[in-house]
Design a protein. Sequence first.
Length: 214
Amino acid sequence: MQLILFGPPGVGKGTQARIISKELNIPHISTGDILREAVTEKTELGLKAQEIMQRGELVSDDIMIGIIRNVLEQPRCNNGSILDGYPRTVNQADSLIKLFKELNIKDFKLINIEADEKELVRRITNRRTCSNCNSIFNYSEIKDIVKCPNCGAENSFFQRKDDKEEVIKKRLEVYKNTTSPVLQFFEKYKVTLNVDGTKSIDEVTREILKGLKR
Ligand code: AMP
C-alpha cells in the first residue's frame, strides 16, 4: 500500500510514520530525514539544502521530485511505502501522481493529520530528536535520561535548528500558503483520510489503521 502522511509541522507525521511502517512492513520515506542526512554528510544536496532548511523554507521542487523518483524506483518500495513530508507543493503532488502512473501504483491513500496552530507550536518547541535513530520525543520524556529509549544511543538528543521558535512561525506560514493547497489537489482522487492529531499517539495510530481497513 502506498501512503502519504500529510499535515503541518509538529502534527506527528514522523512519529506515526515510524509506527505504521513497522505495523504494515513498508519503508518510511521522510524527505526531511533524507535532507538532514545530506546536510550532515555535506553532500552537494546537503550544501544546497542547509540554509533553506534553517530558514524554514522549502527546497526546490526540481530537487525534491528527483529525490522521490530515485527512492520510489528502489526495489524496497515495490510493496509500497509511507511518504512523510512529501508532497509539500501542488507541483510536487502533480508530479507524484504522474510517477505513480509510471510505476503502476494504483492503490494510494493520503492521511491528513490535523491540529491547531497553538498545539503545533507547543509540540515543536518541546520536540527533541535522537541523532542516532531520528526518533522524536517530547522534552519532558527524556529530560532525566541519558540513553535513547528506542536505540540506546547515549547523549544523542538534540533540538533541530528549525524547531526553534523564530523558524517555526515561517514553517507554519509556508504550510498554510504553499503546502495546504495540496489537500484540495487530492480531493478529486477521493483517497483522503482525515485524522485528529490532538489525540494520544496510540489513539491516532488506531484511527489511521482503522481508516485504512475501510
Ligand atoms: P521535515 O522534517 O519534514 O519537517 O522537513 C524539514 C525541512 O526539510 C523542511 O522545512 C524543508 O526545508 C525541507 N523539506 C522536507 N521535505 C520537503 C519537500 N517535500 N519539499 C521541499 N522541502 C522539503
